[in-house]
Design a protein around this ligand. Structure first.
Ligand code: NAD
Ligand code: UDP
Length: 310
């Protein structure tokens, strides 16, 4: 039985990861400060004797003994990470330093939940891991983009300088049950608006694209990355290469919810990437991984979740 630390474990993705790791027969320590996470995401795990929750901010040192660390602590939605941008950079950078220091001391393997945002508004399409990105260092998204880029730098330097056993995954837009209904990300926004028959808010003209990955596919890739013993440390893209405009997404959500919602167009936020789609050749080759759940199937499951919540 492995002992595994999940930071940000009470969040959307963290809670799915904790659940999967417990189901696989591991002992899990979940650390979270509930900035964007919620007790309800993990309440069903609290009775499990192999699950332990610690309320803690990863900007401060943590002392636990574990075999593996999944570092997910960081708000992920633009609305939330822009709410307190200084804290977003702090959690990305200080959080990474604290968790890498812990991994170094206890000789644990550590995986960083990085992001497609390291590519910024990409000039290369689809995005390959060797692309260095097109990131504004002083814009409203920079706290997150540059924070995550610096975290990748720290992971690589702890690997080179201190021989810490690191893994870096670059996660592309991921959705599913347990997303916060007011989280502000596009899939949750559109589904909640559609279920309430409110206007669907498209930012800009809706021609910008994203690739949407269902959470279960990501968790599978994440665990495969942590468990690979071929010396492959990444960074590796984990995403679903299906590419949709926001207008297509809105129309799909309206259709799947039988909603009476109308589409409304609002100003496009600053530095909003025009296109995003992962090249997943590396993940296929190194991890024998590719997503299995298409957008429609994933949306149906997610709509059912939000229906039960609302
Ligand atoms: P989320 O906001 O639901 O989860 C983040 C969790 O981290 C929350 O539970 C929050 O309370 C916790 N947290 C924030 N600051 C903390 C701190 N200082 N100390 C301890 N805990 C803290 O978001 P998510 O979608 O589950 O994202 C999880 C991770 O995956 C993040 O690191 C995010 O950057 C990364 N990621 C997610 C996506 C996506 O599409 N969901 C895409 C790229 C990267
Ligand atoms: N978006 C939108 N309406 C919303 C929320 C988001 O049109 O209510 C757009 C946003 O401008 C972006 C895309 O949807 O182009 C994805 O936004 P999200 O915040 O989910 O993630 P991002 O990929 O931008 O980090």
């Amino acid at each position: 039985m492995k002992k595994i630390l999940v930071t940000g474990g009470a969040g959307f993705l963290g809670s799915h990861l904790c659940e999967r790791l417990l189901n696989d027969g591991n002992e899990v320590i979940c650390v979270d400060n509930f900035f964007t996470g919620a007790k309800r995401n993990i309440v069903h795990l609290l009775d499990n004797p192999y699950f332990e929750f610690i309320r803690h901010d990863v900007c401060f040192p943590l002392y636990v003994e574990v075999d593996e660390i999944y570092n997910l602590a960081c708000p992920a939605s633009p609305v939330h990470y822009q709410h307190d941008p200084i804290q977003t950079t702090k959690v990305s950078v200080s959080g990474a330093i604290n968790m890498l220091g812990l991994a170094k001391r206890i000789k644990a393997k550590i995986l960083q939940a990085s992001t497609s945002e390291v590519y910024g508004d990409p000039a290369i399409h689809p995005q390959v891991e060797s692309y260095w990105g097109n990131v504004n260092p002083i814009g409203i998204r920079s706290c997150y983009d540059e924070g995550k880029r610096c975290a990748e730098t720290l992971f690589m330097d702890y690997y080179r300088q201190n021989k810490v056993d690191v893994r870096i995954i670059r996660i592309f837009n991921t959705y599913g049950p347990r997303m916060h209904p007011n989280d502000g990300r596009v899939v949750s926004n559109f589904i909640v608006q559609a279920l309430k028959n409110q206007d669907i808010t498209i930012f800009g003209d809706g021609s910008q694209t994203r690739s949407f990955q269902y959470c279960d596919d990501l968790i599978e890739g994440m665990i495969k990355m942590m468990n690979n013993e071929q010396g492959f440390i990444g960074p590796v893209n984990l995403g679903n290469p299906g590419e949709f405009t926001m207008l297509e997404l809105a129309e799909k959500v309206i259709q799947l919810t039988n909603s009476k919602s109308k589409i409304t167009f609002l100003p496009l936020p600053q530095d909003d990437p025009k296109q995003r789609k992962p090249d997943i050749s590396l993940a296929k080759e190194k991890l024998d991984w590719q997503p299995k759940i298409d957008l429609e199937t994933g949306l149906i499951k997610t709509i059912a979740y939000f229906k039960s919540l609302l």
